[in-house]
Design a protein around this ligand. Structure first.
Ligand code: MEV
Length: 437
């Protein structure tokens, strides 16, 4: 069985870490981790991916440890530029392990395609006429993608909505509900909408204007929950003012109060959800999925009841343990698009051993929840800057020109002084160089 617990990972070299994760995987053929050393993508493949290519843009790829999702250990690849995120997710996954890790579920992978029908004389009549032909329309939509159909996907439902009042007056919107199985689904759904459009026009006498997938993928939901024993939340930390001690109850109640803030205030909810997306997006990017689609869906879903709010909830169970839940749209695929052609993304999918898009979605939503817990725990106790600062200080030191052991030295000095700025890093480097002369 694969283990996601690797001790001392943090202090290993990159090469040692790659060896360790290969060892930790209980598979015959490990993923091609060379894709991560080279950045993965050849110039030729990149040139076929988008337009006007002139080069490549790299981001760090780290592995989040300790994750157990639905009873299975999983090593989670995370691609992002922000310090503390991988460490935060790994630490929270460790705390959640004591109660079995993350329990996650998904709905069927149903995406929504939208057709806007304009120039209609009677909207109510047109709506009913479409419903009268629903079976026929679904049959046609179902036959469009034989591959998807072979794997159990296809058209599932059709819904008609009326907008009476808009800047152009009234129009209809037809929703085609499509099971896209292991694909992200944009291509399948857009194709189906384009193909159905002439039929809708013939039925309604109107004109089908837009034909496009909706990123508010509220029929394709991923859910995760976790429980952290209250005693495991206790910790102490050394500060300049002495040792700060937090009881488990204090941390738990601090996290719950932080959640309450996001639940009622959109200004806080935006930042709270950003913390969730730190975890979500980094796995979405590592697997070559469309993170803009995931972002759009997440934030639109967060406002589904009329006020923008937290995507997660935090509370306690009957024993006083901390309980977290997260529910959000998760339109990710493991076939097609960059996931299929980008070697680094293929390695990421293989590392996690996922066989379906839903399994990937279940891991991603668990990482989002872990990340949210990490941010709230820090905010509710010592504050976010302490953990953040030491890694940030290293980046500032590098930006100022520090190399080798000077990176740590300059960073440590700036953290001690609580002045993490490029001008201070440059000054410290200058002092060091003068000292050597
Ligand atoms: C920073 O990238 C994310 C946080 O702001 C999230 C939060 O405030 O919950 C720390």
């Amino acid at each position: 069985m694969t283990t996601s617990r690797i001790s001392g990972f943090y202090n290993m070299t990159l090469e040692e870490r790659r060896e360790k994760i290969t060892e930790a995987l209980a598979v015959q053929t490990p993923p091609d981790l060379a894709a991560w050393t080279s950045g993965g993508l050849s110039a030729e493949a990149a040139d076929h991916m988008i337009e006007n290519v002139v080069g490549m843009h790299s981001l760090p790829l780290g592995i989040a440890l300790n994750f157990q999702v639905n009873g299975r250990d999983v090593l989670v690849p995370m691609t992002l530029e922000e310090p503390s995120v991988v460490a935060g997710a790994s630490f929270m996954a460790k705390l959640a392990r004591a109660s079995g890790g993350f329990q996650a579920t998904t709905t069927d992978p149903l995406m929504i395609g939208q057709m806007q029908v304009i120039n209609i004389a009677n909207l109510n009549e047109a709506k009913l006429k479409i419903y009268e032909k629903k079976a026929e329309l679904l049959e046609e939509a179902d036959s469009i993608d034989p591959i998807l159909k072979k794997f159990g996907g296809g058209a599932r439902d059709l819904e008609v909505r009326i907008f009476n009042d808009s800047p152009i007056g009234g129009f209809l919107v037809v929703h085609l509900i499509y099971d896209v199985r292991d694909a992200m689904g944009a291509n399948a759904v857009n194709t189906a909408c384009e193909r159905l459009a002439p039929k809708i026009e013939a039925i309604t006498g109107g004109k089908v204007h837009l034909r496009i997938l909706s990123n508010l993928a509220d029929r394709r939901i991923a859910r995760a929950r976790c429980t952290v024993p209250v005693k495991d939340l206790a910790f102490e930390t050394v500060t300049q003012d002495g040792i700060l001690r937090y009881s488990g109850e204090q941390v738990r109640d601090g996290i719950i109060a932080a959640y309450a803030f996001a639940a009622v205030d959109p200004y806080r909810a935006a930042t709270h959800n950003k913390g969730i997306m730190n975890g979500v997006d980094s796995v979405v990017i590592a697997t070559g999925n469309d993170w803009r689609a995931i972002e759009a869906g997440a934030h639109a879903y967060a406002v589904k009841n009329g006020q923008y709010t937290s995507l997660s909830t935090w509370g306690k169970d009957a024993e006083g343990n901390l309980v977290g839940t997260l529910e959000m749209p998760m339109a990710v695929g493991i076939v097609g698009g960059a996931t299929k052609v980008h070697p680094a993304a293929q390695a990421a999918v293989k590392l996690m051993g996922v066989k379906t898009a839903n399994e990937l979605a279940e891991i991603i939503v668990s990482v989002g929840l872990a990340q949210n817990m990490a941010a709230l725990r820090a905010l509710a106790t010592e504050g976010i800057q302490r953990g953040h600062m030491s890694l940030h200080a290293r980046q500032v030191a590098i930006a100022a020109g520090a190399t080798g052991e000077m990176v740590e030295k300059v960073a440590a000095q700036m953290v001690a002084e609580k002045v993490v700025r490029i001008d201070r890093a440059e000054e410290l480097l200058k002092q060091n160089n003068e000292g050597k002369r």
